[in-house]
Every structure is written in C-alpha cells, then in structure tokens.
Design a protein around this ligand. Structure first.
Ligand code: GCW
Length: 713
C-alpha cells in the first residue's frame, strides 16, 4: 500500500513540469478528465475557420495550438467547409452562419461581441468582425481550459465598456515607474527592427481577456516619444497589435511644443501651439492610421499643463481633442491632481474638475483614480463619480501594487475593484453605483472605459509575483463585464494558471479572496491611509514628517495625538464629506454609525472610542494588525499543503514570497503599534504577540533601493 502511495506521489510530482509562468493563463495543458476530453474532441471534430485576414490567421494558429495542448492530438484547422465540419468559426456574413444565427442576435453584439452556439458535435462561433471572432474563440478556449461543459452552449456576449486599457508607466530608458517586474517590455533601443516575441505574446494575452488598447508610455511623460524616430518604433508595435484588436495610445507631455517644437509657449489657446499639435498629430496618424489618442497627466506632481498659462484642464484637453478629432482620436485627461490649494488633499480633484463638468469636447474622457487619494489598500470611492453627469468618467485602477506590497506580497485585487464598482454614489437615487457611472448607463455615454496601471515587466513571468498575473487578468475580464464576481474571476484564473484540481483550486481561491483584507489589516486597518515609507512606499513609516509638502507626509494622514487618531473630514473638520451626495454623507458623518473600515478616513476618533466590534479603537487596532499577521500565517499553511499540486518552481517561488510577506506583515504591525502607542499610551493586550524590537529599531530601517522608484528621465 505504502509503495503504491509513494509511486503515486512520485508520479504526481514528476508529472508537474517546472513552469516559469511565461505562458500566463494560456497554458492549454491536457485535459485529464476522460469524459470531458471525449466531449471536447467531439466538439472540435474537424475544425474550420472561415475568412482571410491577419486576425483569421491568428485565430487558426491559436486554435491549433490550444486544441493540440488540451487534447494531446494535433489538428489541422481548415479554411473551407466540408460535410464533416463540426467546429465552425467565421464572421456573420458567411452564409452558413447567417442561416443559424439570428439577425437580432448579431445586431445586439456590436463590433466586438460574439456568439457561441453548440450542441453535441457541432460548435459555431461568430461575430460581426474578425476581432469579435477572436474574442469568441478565446472565450471558447477559456471554457475548455476551465473544464466547463461545451456541448450545449448559447453564449451571446459583448463588452460592457468600450475602452479596456492598460496604462504602462514605462520610461524610454526602460525603467518602469512603480514597476516591480524588471524593466519595461518595450525595448525602444532595438525597435523598430527587432521584434521580440514577447510583443506578440503580450498581444495574445490581452486579446484573450478583451483588452483593446495600451498606453505605451509613462504619464510622467517624455516628449521624445513624439519625435520621428520614436514614432517609427511605436508604429512597429501598433502594426503588431492591430490584428489582435489592440490600439496604441501615447502620453502627451503638455510642454512638448516647447521641448521638441522649439516654440516659446505651450499655451493651449495660442494659435501657433494649436497648429503645432495639429501637425504633430497628423504626422502620428501618417504612421499609425488607427492611433487611439492621448492620455495626459497635467498640472500634477510637477507635470506641465494648461494651468501654467492660467488656462483650465478643459482648455488643455479640448485643444488636444480638437487636434485628434479629425482622425477619430480621443483624449483621456487624468483627474489625479492635488496642488496644495485646499486644506485637504482628498478634496482637490473634485474642486478642480467638478466646475468643468460639461466643458469638455465629446472625444474627451476624464480618467479618475478609484479613490480620492492614491491607490491605497482601502479608499472610499472618489467623490467625482456621480458628480460629473455631463462628462464621461473612466476608471483608473492600479494593477501594479505600489501601496499593496509591491512585487513581494500576494494580493488579489478583484475584491478591491468590486468594492469600488459596487459603491453607491446615490447621484440619481439608490442604485447609482460607480459601475453605472463608468459604464455610461446613468448618463448615457457611448464612450466608456477602464484602465489598469500595468504590472508588466520583462521578468520571465511578466508580473514578478506569480499571482500578479491575476490582477492583469481581472482588468480584462472586469472591463468586459463589470458584474463578474471576484470569486468567478479567481476560479477561472486559477484553473487556467495553476490547477483544476478541485481541492487545490479551492485552497488557492481562499488565499486569493482573503488576501486584500489581510493586507488592509496588517498595513492600514480601520481607515488608516498613506503611512507607507516615503518615496518608494515599501514598508511602514507612520512617523514620516520630513518632506516639504505636508500632504506627502504620513503624519498628515493619520493625525495621531494624545486624544486619538484619524482625519476629521466631517463639518467640524475639512468637510470633504460634503463632496458626496447626502445619502453617502449620512453613512459616514456620524462617528457612531461610520463603518469601522472607514472610521479614520472621516473621523478623528478617541483612543477609547467604542467600535462596532465592541472593542475600543486602540484595542481594535491591535486586533486588526494581529489578524493581518495571522492571515498571512494561514496563507503559508494553506500554500504548503499544495506542494504536490503545483510545479516545484512556482510552488517554491510563492512559498518564499509568502515568507517575505509574513516578515513584512510583522514589521508593519510592530512598527505601527509601537509608534501609535506613543500617543495612545495604552498597552498592547497581553493575548497578542508583543513586538520584539523597539520603535527606534523600526525607525532606523532603511530600504534604499526598493524597485520602481527610479527618477523620471
Ligand atoms: O501614486 C503616485 C505615484 C507616482 C505616479 C502618480 C500618478 C506616475 O507615486 O509614481 O506617477 O501617482 O498616478 O500620476
């Protein structure tokens, strides 16, 4: 018996080939369940893909690769029908399709949607365009990879948002601002002549989850990208990405007319400046006829912008919008601004943008970060959502984990994204969720979007931490369908990326689903925010008070004193709450009703304030910090139970990273509790682990070369 078990264990281990993560969620490993395998083989039968274009060739290649991997049998994907054709993919104009799929169905899916119909032994995938067909094919392959039944399907699907984008904060010298996965995947030096296979795999991966655009360059922009030699490089990428349905966008440095155009000004109302941009944009379109347009960070953190000339954000955005409009381009203008004009950084984006509602051209979207401050572990939704009914607002989430443990912590972000999307703005009564603001349904906008600040670099596994890929995957899937539950996205990703073993997949899902709350607990519980280390933002620095802008210092955010802790944003404080609708204000303004997880976002609460849990605020902090640490311990135990289910390389990699995460969680807990204790003067309850080092020890920790913090060239 023992020998049999040992042999079985050895077999399991040796059958799991080392994986480096490069294949992402497109591994196409062989289906081991014999019933499913037989069903899939029957559905595939003799596959045919109709049509003739680069995209169609891509579809054929993907299907051959996937079918061979999933079934262990090689397939030739044919180009024309015969009587045996059992799997048919083709756009709606093919007669065989129009005889099966109803016109109303095709009309309902728009240019990017798709339809899949299957009955035993027959599968039809169709759409109105080749790109829609590509999405449909990837959807079908996802069903197979996640081992769903495939012999009885009636899928009619189209994307909820029109712009589903990655924002790369990649510099031209290949450093990546807030990048934790190596250098930029864009090798500007060897482009346009050298085409790295990664560019193609990047496009495949994005297409497989419906991402249809990429902003190649950092929002802290360098005008050089707009010069001829660089446009040739951009063109090479755009040509590669086009057949995958991916449009290329660039960041526009507002002062480009001065820096590369030798003008004296970049004033958006100046004729010469306007003419310069028109010419420049014409040149861009001569290289890239379907260029998407610009993403702009202006008058924020030292970036140039229209306010340098006493003009508004609308003046700046409209000038660029007018120049790209004849080419069908768009402008995404970021609302991430916080010049210290008011008494609370929370309020600044709203104060600058709300008055501009209705003043932007039709081809402008305002891109808003999910929260009012900056991608913290937990923020209330930005009060701009619901406050600009005449302006399409797009969502900006951060996939790269700048404030979420960076490249070493396992944090699945879908629960964070869903929390924001489901938040109710009450802008038009109950049910006016953030999701309804950004999907355009509340105010009737045809152009909608969501962007994720990319976590991709040139590390072999793309995202550094093996679980970082899940956040990229989430961006694609959620921007296609905002209703997808975090759990379902995790299920899909785990099965495709790691294993479809039910028990193992369940364990991984449990870790993922709880990971964000664990991080909140060991970093910033009860509504604490922005108490990370200066500059690189890795590790705790709640005592930080040395930077010359007050709103860059942690003490600005937590305001701890002998009375208590937290930022009073009610009417007795900065009254930032007034930026929300009445109903939202009511949820937060009463200190006794405010949900515990947002307490310190809105109140300066006494150390002995009674929480909903029944504990005092101080004891709650101690409890939460310890719970966060315990959660990571439990992640480690759970992960360790998977040794026989995951290939050794990825198993060990995650295991080591989880150990770093635990060390960091303990560092966070001890440093924060010891520091806050200097104000509360209360003991850490004896039932918790006591810090084994002094506050001085933690204050003296220096992480000098944390990644992602390179100065912008
Ligand atoms: O959170 C801050 C980051 C900056 C970033 C900025 C932004 C690109 O620390 O690195 O700059 O946000 O979003 O513009």
């Amino acid at each position: 018996m023992k020998i049999v078990l040992l042999a079985l264990a050895l077999f399991m281990v040796s059958s799991l080939k080392a994986e480096d993560g490069y294949d992402l969620w497109l591994r196409y490993h062989k289906i081991t369940n014999p019933t499913l395998l037989a069903q899939y083989k029957k559905q595939i039968g003799t596959p045919v893909v109709l049509g003739n274009s680069q995209t169609i060739s891509i579809i054929k290649a993907e299907l051959s690769r996937a079918f061979a991997g999933l079934t262990g049998t090689s397939y030739r994907v044919l180009s024309s029908l015969n009587t045996a054709s059992s799997f048919i993919a083709g756009i709606s104009t093919s007669p065989v399709i129009s005889s099966i799929v109803k016109k109303e169905e095709l009309d309902s899916i728009g240019p990017e949607g798709f339809i899949i119909k299957a009955k035993p032994g027959k599968t039809i995938i169709t759409s109105n365009t080749d790109i829609g067909l590509l999405y449909g094919v990837f959807h079908f392959l996802r069903l197979l990879q996640t081992q769903q039944p495939a012999s009885n399907l009636n899928v009619i699907s189209s994307p909820e948002l029109t712009l589903r984008l990655l924002n790369h904060w990649d510099n031209l010298n290949r450093t990546v601002e807030r990048g934790y996965a190596g250098f930029s995947i864009w090798n500007w030096h060897t482009l346009p002549d050298y085409i790295d296979n990664r560019y193609i795999d990047y496009a495949r991966a994005n297409a497989s989850i419906g991402i249809n655009g990429t902003v190649l360059t950092n929002v802290n922009a360098n005008a050089t990208i707009l010069t001829r030699p660089y446009l040739e490089k951009v063109k090479a990428l755009a040509d590669l990405f086009r057949p995958y349905g991916i449009k290329v966008f660039l960041t526009a440095r507002f002062s480009a007319p001065i820096e590369i155009g030798r003008l004296k000004t970049a004033d958006p109302l100046n004729d010469t400046v306007q003419r310069w941009w028109k010419e420049k944009i014409k040149e861009i379109y001569s290289y890239i006829p379907d260029f998407g347009g610009f993403l702009v960070k202006a008058n924020s953190e030292g970036q140039p912008g229209p306010q340098d000339y006493k003009r508004t954000h609308a003046d700046g955005a409209n000038m660029l919008a007018d120049a790209v409009a004849p080419h069908n381009g768009i402008v995404m203008w970021r609302a991430f601004v916080y010049d210290p004009g008011s008494n609370d950084r929370f309020k600044q984006a709203y104060e600058e943008f709300k008055p501009l509602d209705g003043k932007f051209r039709k081809n402008v979207l305002v891109q808003v970060k999910n929260g009012p401050i900056d991608f913290q572990p937990r923020e209330p939704f930005s009060p701009l959502f619901g406050a600009m009914p005449q302006t399409p607002l797009m969502m900006e989430f951060q996939l790269t984990q700048e404030y979420l443990g960076q490249g070493t912590h396992l944090v699945y972000e879908a629960p964070l994204f869903k929390e924001v999307l489901n938040a109710d703005t009450y802008a038009k009564g109950k049910g006016s969720t953030v999701a309804k603001v950004i999907n355009g349904s509340m105010d009737n906008f045809p152009m909608t979007g969501m962007a994720g600040v990319s976590n991709i670099g040139n590390d072999i596994n793309w995202c550094g931490h093996p679980f970082g890929q899940a956040n990229w995957y989430t961006l694609g899937r959620l921007s296609w369908d905002l209703d997808l539950p975090a759990g379902q996205i995790a299920d899909e990703w785990i099965k495709q990326t790691f294993t479809s073993d039910r028990k193992a997949a369940g364990v991984i899902k449990n870790i993922m689903i709880n990971s964000r709350e664990a991080l909140v607990n060991y970093m910033t519980p009860v509504g604490l925010t922005h108490i990370m280390y200066n500059g690189h933002h890795y590790g705790p620095m709640p005592w930080g008070n040395t930077l010359n802008r007050p709103d860059w210092n942690p003490v600005y955010y937590h305001r701890a004193d002998s009375f208590g802790i937290g930022f009073d944003r009610t009417s007795t404080g900065t009254n930032a709450l007034a930026q929300y609708s009445k109903e939202v204000q009511e949820q937060f303004s009463d200190i006794n009703k405010c949900p515990d997880e947002f307490l310190l976002w809105f109140h300066h609460a006494a150390w002995d304030h009674k929480m909903h849990s029944g504990r005092t605020l101080w004891n709650e902090l101690c409890y939460k910090y310890n719970t966060g640490v315990d959660s990571v311990r439990s992640f480690i135990r759970q992960w360790n139970s998977l040794e026989n289910y995951i290939d050794e390389d990825r198993f060990t990699q995650v295991q080591q990273l989880l150990n770093i995460q635990l060390k960091d969680a303990i560092w966070w807990r001890n440093a924060c509790l010891l520091y806050f204790q200097t104000f509360s003067r209360m003991p850490i309850p004896a039932n918790y682990e006591q810090p084994d080092k002094s506050l001085e020890y933690y204050k003296n920790i220096r992480i000098l070369f944390a990644p992602g913090n390179a100065p912008v060239p």
